[in-house]
Design a binder for this molecule. Structure first.
Ligand code: GLY
Ligand code: MN
Ligand code: MN
Length: 434
């Protein structure tokens, strides 16, 4: 039995922020993979955040002040024959009994029922642009209400993207959400540690991925939060390498970017370590720069700073390190201004993290980087990627390094949710020796 209190609290808060409107929030449908096979179902994040309802083909309607109840859930009816094949459905009884809906209707009847629920409200809050088919149906339902105008019914005039208010809520995590995020972080860290222990030259990248997946599943994660990157040697310089099909070679580094999802919350960890357990001198040089940059960026994750401060801190340290190694020319200010470091560091230092790995929430407010607040969760993931080229010192060719942790902003400073994953050269080499 799920605890519905957090979901109810979120719906109440959302409704207080709505202005004489109705919210209509669908979840995802099952997607065919091939033949009669579906991808494993994963609920829509906005929908799940407000309901905890895990089934496909459902829709939340919130109507603040509605006498018969404000929370309406459209969902699949119980169907003993289908349930025999595909598993239990909550049905209308479960929607009200287990999930706290005030009213529940069959999803198959939504065309008949929903237009009536929109009557005499000023606006509809919707997930515009998420599901094209659903948007089309919503316009159709609105048109139906408009045709009744001669009878004195007034149709909503505005369609408002509910993301503007809902995603601000999702950006600041509550206790229950942090509980899931901590679990996802811990399970993911165990996966990375296992990968380090099992790694050796001659294995294939996918074999190391299997070790991660094993820990993820063992820890209660049904799926990864995103496709794992298990990239040996030069593959680490391909930022979104997910083939994971090549053999791991003695003397190369292995970059693993992988995180588990638990109860719809993501972890996102990257670790980079030597396939044979010992860093070479050039690998060590670059690694220490990335690690220092990450440390500086994490220290910048404090209330009073803005979203961009950790990135600026990381870039400064990376830039100075590249200058010290002779990989870029000039003084620090010049290198920062000209952006010469971008050849080796071409992405940002992080993103919001939550139900979605690249989570919702604006990064700027009124064109200014937004201040960091307690309860926000983000990744800190600087890297250096040195592709082979004639004008680059050959010792550094094909080395790609990223170090990524998940950080919670608190009033007392940054809390690293993923701290259990080994990260210093000493810790990694000691673990891999044992
Ligand atoms: N794993 C995706 C990212 O690091 O953003
Ligand atoms: Mn990330
Ligand atoms: Mn990542």
């Amino acid at each position: 039995m799920i605890d519905i209190a957090p979901f109810r609290k979120r719906r109440t808060e959302l409704m207080q922020l709505m202005d004489n409107g109705v919210a209509v929030i669908p979840t995802a449908s099952e997607q065919t993979r091939n033949g009669d096979v579906h991808y494993r179902f994963r609920p829509d994040s906005d929908f799940f955040y407000l309901s905890g309802f895990p089934e496909p083909d459902a829709c939340i309607v919130l109507i603040p002040g509605r006498e018969q109840g404000e929370f309406i859930l459209f969902c699949r009816e119980k169907d003993p024959q289908r349930e025999l094949w595909d598993g239990r459905r909550a049905g209308l009884e479960g929607a009200t009994g287990e999930y706290g809906a005030d009213d529940a209707f069959p999803i198959d009847d939504i065309d008949e029922i929903l237009p009536g629920l929109l009557e005499n409200h000023d606006r509809v809050y919707c997930t515009m642009g998420r599901y094209a088919d659903f948007d089309t149906r919503l316009i159709h339902w609105l048109n139906e209400v408009r045709t009744k105008s001669r009878t004195g019914v007034h149709a909503p005039a505005g369609l408002v993207d509910i993301g503007h208010i809902l995603h601000e809520m999702r950006l600041v995590k509550e206790t229950e959400e942090l509980r899931a995020m901590r679990r996802a972080a811990e399970v993911s860290a165990r996966g990375h540690e296992r990968a380090m222990r099992m790694c050796r030259p001659g294995l294939y990248e996918y074999q190391v991925q299997a070790e991660l997946d094993y820990e993820f599943r063992l820890g209660g994660s049904h799926y990864s939060a995103y496709p794992s990157i298990v990239a040996g040697g030069a593959n680490a310089c391909v930022l979104h390498y997910t083939d994971n099909t090549e053999i791991l070679r003695d003397g190369d580094l292995l970059l693993i970017d992988a995180g588990a999802e638990i109860d719809c919350y993501a972890a996102d960890i990257t670790r980079t370590f030597p396939v044979n357990g010992r860093f070479t001198a050039p690998q060590r040089d670059l690694y220490e720069i990335v690690l220092a940059a990450q440390q500086d960026a994490i220290e910048a994750c404090v209330v009073g700073n803005t979203w961009n401060h950790p990135h600026e801190a990381a870039v400064r340290t990376l830039c100075q390190g590249l200058i010290d190694l002779g990989l870029i020319d000039g003084g620090l200010d010049e290198a920062l201004e000209k952006g010469t470091y971008r050849r080796f560091y071409m992405h940002r230092t992080g993103h919001w993290l939550g139900m979605d790995v690249h989570d919702v929430g604006d990064y700027k407010i009124a064109d200014q980087w937004r201040p960091l607040e307690p309860g926000m969760t983000l990744t800190v993931e600087p890297g250096l990627y040195v592709a082979a080229a004639d004008d680059v010192d050959a010792r550094f060719h094909d080395i790609g390094i990223r170090i990524e942790d998940d950080v919670l902003i608190t009033a007392k400073g940054p809390e690293i949710l993923t701290r259990a994953a080994p990260k210093t050269i000493d810790d990694i080499e000691t673990l891999m020796r044992s």
